[in-house]
Design a protein around this ligand. Structure first.
Ligand SMILES: [Zn+2]
Length: 548
C-alpha cells in the first residue's frame, strides 16, 4: 500500500478529533442541532489550524445519511466526502483558481440541486487570493444563495477579503493550536504508529510547527523518514537545522558559567548540523525576553518559549539588567547579520560579549592608554570575583611584576625563532585533538619570548582567560613545547594588557634591580637604552604602535 502522509492519515474524521478549536466546533455543532445553519461561513486563521478539515466535517455532518451520531464516517456520503469524490461538495483552491471563469462556473452550477446529498457545499480555500472581479461574481451568489447551498470560505488573511463578502458570512476565527495540544496529538500519533520519539523531540516539533497541527504532522513525517523509529531532539535538529530548547538553555548556562570553551564547542556542534544562525539568535532572544518578563511578573502564562520552571532558573542565574543586556546584544547581532557574509562569527562574538555582560563597562576594542595619562593598571587574567561560585575555571594568576620579569629576560631573537618554529609545526600537524585550543592560540601573536617563557597576545580577555585556565594552559604548553622542542611557560594577555605592559616597562625604565632578572647577557644593556630594548623586544612595529 502506498504510504499515506501522516497529516492525511490522522486528519480528524469526527469533530471530537478536532483539537484546539473548541469554540468553533461547539458553535457549529449547535447550529447543526438547532437547524440554524448559515449560508456562508468565513473561516479565518493561520495555516494548518483545521479550517478545511472543519469545513469538510461540516459538509459530512449535514450530508451524512446515518441515523445516529453525525458524521458517522461510514455511510457512502461520509466516505466520498472524505475522499473528495462527493459531487455535492465542491472544493476550490482560490490560490490556483482565481479567475472569473471558475467562479462563473460555480455560479452556473449553484442553480442545480444537490445530486446525492441534502446540501451543496462549496469550500473555497485561500479565498483572499481571488481577483476582485471573481470576488464580485461570488458576492452576487452570496447575496441570494439557494436554500440547499452552503459556502465555506477559508483564508489565512481575512484583511484581504472584501468587507462586503465578510459582512455576508458568519465568521469563525481559528486560533493557533497550543504547543501542549500539538504535543499531545503527536504523542498519540507516535504511539499508534509505533514510533519512539523522545519528549524533547516532540516539544521541538511542536515548536517548529508554530501552532499548526498539519505542519506538526508533516514535520513528524519527515523526522520518521530521517530517523526511522527512534526520534531524538538531536535528530530533529539535524533535519531542520534548529537547536532544541534544552540546547538553547544550555547555551545560557554556559554563558553564566563563562565556559567559553564548551560554548564554542556547542556552537560548532550546532553549526555542523546546518544551523540557521538567524533563527537561533531569535530563539535566544525570546528566551532572554522570557527571563525578563518572568522577573517582572512571575506569571507562566506571560511567557512565550519557556515554562515557569525554566524561566525561574534563568532569572536566578542572571540579573534583570544582564538579561536586558543579552536582548540588546542579540538584537545588535541580528542587525549585523544583514551585511555579514559570515553571520556565525557575529553570533560567536555576541555570545562572548554576553559572558561579560555582568562586568561594566562592556568589553569593547581595547582602548590604548593615552601617552600623557598614567596607564591604568589592569588585572592580568585574574577573574573577577562574583557571588556565583565558579564551577569550571581555575585560572593561573600572575602579576605585572611577573610579566615584567619575563620581558626583561626576553629578546627579539628568541621571539623570532619561536615564531618560526611554531609557524612551521603548530598548525601543520595537530599534536592533540584539542582543536578549540589550537583555534585560540592560532590567532595569537607572540609579544615576547624568553628562554623559559612566552607571552601571547590574544584578541580579548575571554580568550586570554581560557588559555590561562589551568588545564588549558597545561595543554597549550604541551602543544607549544612539541613545536619548540622545549618546554616554556605560556602567558596569555590581551592587546590592552600588552599596551599597558609596554608602558609599565617604559615607566620602570628597565631597571633590573627590582625583580630578579634573568640572563646575564641582557643585563649588560644600559638602562638608558630602554627604547632600544623595547625595539629589540617587540620590534619596530610593536613599538610604533605604542608611540602613535
Ligand atoms: Zn455518514
Amino acid at each position: 500500500m502506498a504510504y499515506k502522509a501522516l497529516y492525511r492519515k490522522y486528519r480528524p474524521s469526527t469533530f471530537d478529533e478536532v483539537v484546539g478549536q473548541k469554540s468553533v466546533v461547539t458553535t457549529l455543532l449547535n447550529a447543526v442541532k438547532t437547524g440554524k445553519l448559515a449560508h456562508a461561513y468565513l473561516f479565518c486563521g493561520p495555516r494548518g489550524t483545521g479550517k478545511t478539515t472543519v469545513a469538510k466535517l461540516l459538509a459530512k455532518t449535514i450530508n451524512c445519511t446515518s441515523e445516529g451520531e453525525r458524521p458517522c464516517g461510514r455511510c457512502a456520503n461520509c466516505l466520498e466526502i472524505q475522499e473528495s469524490t462527493f459531487p455535492d461538495v465542491i472544493e476550490l483552491d482560490a490560490a490556483s483558481n482565481n479567475g472569473v471563469d471558475e467562479v462563473r462556473e460555480i455560479i452556473e452550477k449553484v442553480k442545480y440541486a444537490p445530486l446525492n446529498g441534502k446540501y451543496k457545499v462549496y469550500i473555497i480555500d485561500e479565498v483572499h487570493m481571488m481577483t476582485s472581479s471573481a470576488f464580485n461574481a461570488l458576492l452576487k451568489t452570496l447575496e441570494e444563495p439557494p436554500e440547499y447551498c452552503i459556502f465555506i470560505l477559508a483564508t489565512t488573511e481575512p484583511h484581504k477579503v472584501l468587507p462586503t463578502i465578510i459582512s455576508r458570512c458568519q465568521r469563525f476565527d481559528f486560533k493557533k493550536i497550543d504547543h501542549q495540544v500539538i504535543e499531545g496529538r503527536l504523542k498519540e500519533v507516535c504511539d499508534r504508529e509505533g514510533i519512539r520519539c523522545e519528549d524533547e523531540a516532540i516539544a521541538l516539533i511542536a515548536e517548529l510547527a508554530d501552532g499548526g497541527m498539519r505542519d506538526s504532522l508533516s514535520i513528524l513525517d519527515q523526522c520518521i523518514a530521517y530517523a526511522q523509529n527512534d526520534i531524538t531532539a538531536e535528530k530533529v535538529g539535524e533535519v531542520y537545522g534548529v537547536a532544541s530548547l534544552s540546547e538553547k538553555i544550555e547555551m545560557f548556562e554556559l554563558v553564566r558559567k563563562k565556559d567559553a570553551a564548551r560554548l564554542v564547542d556547542k556552537i560548532n556542534d550546532i553549526s555542523s548540523r546546518g544551523l540557521d544562525v538567524q533563527r537561533l539568535t531569535m530563539d535566544l532572544l525570546n528566551i532572554a525576553k522570557d527571563g525578563v518578563v518572568y522577573n517582572y511578573c512571575h506569571e507562566e502564562s506571560a511567557l512565550s518559549v519557556l515554562n515557569g520552571k525554566q524561566a525561574k532558573a534563568l532569572s536566578v542565574g542572571f540579573s534583570n539588567s544582564q538579561l536586558l543586556r543579552f536582548v540588546e546584544l542579540l538584537v545588535e547581532a541580528q542587525i549585523k547579520y544583514r551585511d555579514a557574509s559570515n553571520a556565525l562569527t557575529y553570533f560567536e562574538v555576541c555570545l562572548l560579549k554576553m559572558m561579560n555582560a555582568d562586568e561594566e563597562p562592556v568589553i569593547r576594542e581595547a582602548p590604548r592608554p593615552a601617552r600623557e595619562e598614567p596607564a591604568r593598571p589592569i588585572p592580568v587574567a585574574v577573574p573577577k570575583a562574583t557571588e556565583e561560585p565558579r564551577e569550571t575555571a581555575e585560572y593561573v594568576e600572575y602579576s605585572d611584576e611577573k610579566l615584567y620579569e619575563i620581558l626583561i629576560s626576553a629578546n627579539k631573537a628568541i621571539k623570532e625563532q619561536d615564531k618560526a618554529s611554531i609557524a612551521g609545526a603548530l598548525f601543520a600537524s595537530l599534536p592533540f585533538e584539542e582543536n578549540r585550543l589550537v583555534e585560540l592560540v592560532k590567532g595569537a601573536d607572540i609579544m615576547a619570548s624568553s628562554p623559559g617563557n612566552i607571552i601571547l597576545v590574544v584578541e580579548d580577555r575571554l580568550k586570554a582567560n581560557t588559555i590561562n585556565e589551568k588545564k588549558n594552559k597545561k595543554k597549550a604548553e604541551e602543544l607549544f613545547s612539541s613545536c619548540l622542542g622545549k618546554g616554556k611557560d605560556l602567558y596569555a594577555i590581551t592587546g590592552e594588557q600588552q599596551s599597558y605592559m609596554i608602558d609599565y616597562f617604559k615607566a620602570h625604565k628597565y631597571q633590573p634591580a627590582k625583580p630578579a632578572p634573568a640572563p646575564a647577557a641582557e643585563k649588560k644593556e644600559e638602562p638608558s637604552e630602554s627604547d632600544e630594548k623595547l625595539i629589540n623586544l617587540f620590534g619596530k612595529d610593536g613599538y610604533d604602535v605604542v608611540e602613535e
